[in-house]
Design a protein around this ligand. Structure first.
Ligand code: PLP
Length: 469
């Protein structure tokens, strides 16, 4: 591609993205396609000769775009948001332009040193202990796997990397912990049956005493407790496991404590929310995802660790072809995780943090919290709705309740959710809490304003009326 064409389409694409943002709210939130609809429009074989860029772009608009679900839509209330922003997009463009592969310091010194400083900045922003250092991973799932592998090596004196596992290690997480913990114990070779799902209290937070009992039982049975995964902001209801008593139990039994704050960690940018990490001194590792609530393009997950040596001892391997003359003086992030090749993710963080400033980020998060409280109030005041969990952040769990029995209520809410999913003007997801069918209103999109939440409530109540009648 010559420079003229590159520039022509480069400018055109930025114009397109700007217009996409402008017109997003006029689009249906979810793709209106059936399975296979996109696939059947794609040629069975790749083109032999190169094609015209204009034609490729036209196909993007005609074939791909209608099959996309619009995560940046202001009426996106599903899962947790994966919010992006203009500074983040522009930084990603520069990253793609440079096309650097940042596996070791020497392959991009600035990428390594910027990453080191961004992790430090984020630690300060979240009020974390300055003793934590860290690394940027792709996702929280990877970070949790990294924590499990580190815990495995610590528990076995680094022998399992050499010999494989020759004893049964046990991992603990609450019943509400994310499925990435299940995946992690499988991949780490610890075995799903050695994951203990600990009971939760009425607010869906882990019960420390139940954790203690499970650990003591396992020890009495000759098993070795290796890791506790506590969650700050569970996926279903954003419950907060009590880190302080859990930390005490982990210290007492010399168990690795990993905190999964994938979504809710961002809230600690607010001074009034920093209590969520008040007990972080006791934590061995902690993950949060700027790609969820901090307006940073997917993917970007920050993994903090207390003892970086435990981490690097778990992952480092020194083949001759990767050795450099400066290894003793620099951080080589390839030794801080699973992959060798690494994207330059720190650049978009640098752009986002500098462009918004701490106060700009706080403003966005505070507004989402305010909107969630508003919605929570509407749910509480409505005779046919029931609030299903506390609202510590920006997710409201609710259901219809007109007094029928538990099974019938589940059917009613499933039917309600199905009807709501037919609406193209918003997107919510559902979950199960204590065997109860629950809807989740998750506010976290950068573009969501009060009018979108008000409009969503109108659609929800109107749909509820049709289901109840
Ligand atoms: C609490 C929690 N942990 C982990 C994850 C997994 O995140 P990722 O997609 O970054 O792996 C999620 C996803 O929503 C989550 O809610």
């Amino acid at each position: 591609m010559d420079e003229k064409l590159f520039k022509e389409y480069g400018y055109k694409f930025i114009d397109w993205i700007a217009e996409y943002f402008d017109t997003l709210q006029e689009r249906p939130v979810c793709a209106d396609v059936n399975p296979g609809d996109v696939l059947k429009q794609l040629p069975a074989s790749p083109p032999r000769e190169g094609e015209d860029l204009g034609r490729i772009f036209a196909d993007f608009q005609q074939i791909i775009l209608p099959g996309m679900t619009h995560w940046q839509h202001p009426s996106w209330f599903a899962y947790f948001a994966a919010s992006n922003s203009a500074p983040s997009i522009l930084a990603e463009l520069l990253t793609a332009g440079m096309g650097a592969q940042c596996m070791i310091w020497q392959t991009s010194p600035a990428a390594t040193e910027l990453e080191e400083q961004m992790v430090r900045w984020l630690g300060q922003m979240l009020g974390l202990p300055s003793t934590l250092s860290g690394v940027i991973q792709d996702t929280a799932s990877t970070a949790t796997l990294v924590a499990l592998l580190s815990a495995r090596e610590k528990a076995t004196g680094f022998s399992s990397n050499e010999r494989g596992l020759d004893e049964q290690l046990v991992v603990y997480a609450s019943r509400e912990a994310h499925s990435s913990v299940d995946k992690g114990v499988r991949i780490a070779g610890l075995g799903q049956q050695n994951l203990r799902r600990i009971a939760t209290d009425d607010d869906y937070a882990m019960q420390p005493e139940a954790l203690r009992r499970a650990i003591e039982q396992d020890k009495a049975a000759g098993l070795r407790p290796a890791c506790v995964v506590a969650t700050v902001g569970t996926t279903s209801s954003t419950a907060i496991d009590p880190i302080e008593p859990i930390g005490r139990i982990c210290t007492e039994h010399n168990i690795w404590l990993h905190v999964d704050a994938a979504y809710a960690g961002t809230a600690a940018i607010l001074p009034e929310k920093q209590w969520i990490f008040a007990a972080a001194e006791a934590v061995d590792s902690l993950v949060f995802n700027p790609h969820k609530w901090m307006m940073t393009n997917f993917d970007c997950s920050v993994y903090f660790v207390k003892d970086a040596e435990q981490l690097t001892k778990t992952f480092e391997i020194h083949p001759e072809y990767l050795k450099t003359g400066v290894d003793a003086r620099v951080k080589n992030y390839r030794d801080w995780g699973i992959q060798l090749g690494r994207r330059f993710r720190a650049l978009k963080l640098w752009f986002v943090i500098r462009y918004y400033g701490i106060s700009g980020l706080q403003q966005v998060i505070r507004e989402h919290l305010r909107l969630a409280r508003l919605f929570e109030g509407w749910v509480k005041d409505h005779p046919h709705f029931e609030l299903m969990a506390p609202v510590p952040f920006s997710v409201v769990c609710f259901r219809l309740n007109d007094g029928r029995d538990a099974a019938a209520l589940n059917d009613l809410n499933a039917a309600f959710y199905e009807k709501l999913s037919e609406q193209q003007t918003l997107h919510l997801t559902h979950t199960s809490l204590n065997h109860q069918y629950v809807l989740r209103m998750a506010i976290g999109s950068r573009t969501t304003a009060e009018k979108h939440v008000t409009e969503a409530w109108r659609t929800i109540t109107e749909t509820a009326s049709t289901v109840l009648n």
